[in-house]
Write a new protein. Sequence first.
Length: 73
Amino acid sequence: MAASEAVSESEHLKSLIISTAQELWDDKVALGKFLNVVRRSEGFVKLADALEQSEVRPAKPSFFGVNSTEFQS
């Protein structure tokens, strides 16, 4: 049960990170600060790097295989 809870928490966090990056996309200063905070979290460094290097607004979290929908509009 703990493993499924950990996966679920990870999915929720990943969804929140992607959704927040979508909202901050036009404000590159705020986006950069947010992604620097995300990089401090264990396990999300690669995601933050990928979002920062992207030249296009990230897709909805479900595109990345994230099952959580609580942060999606």
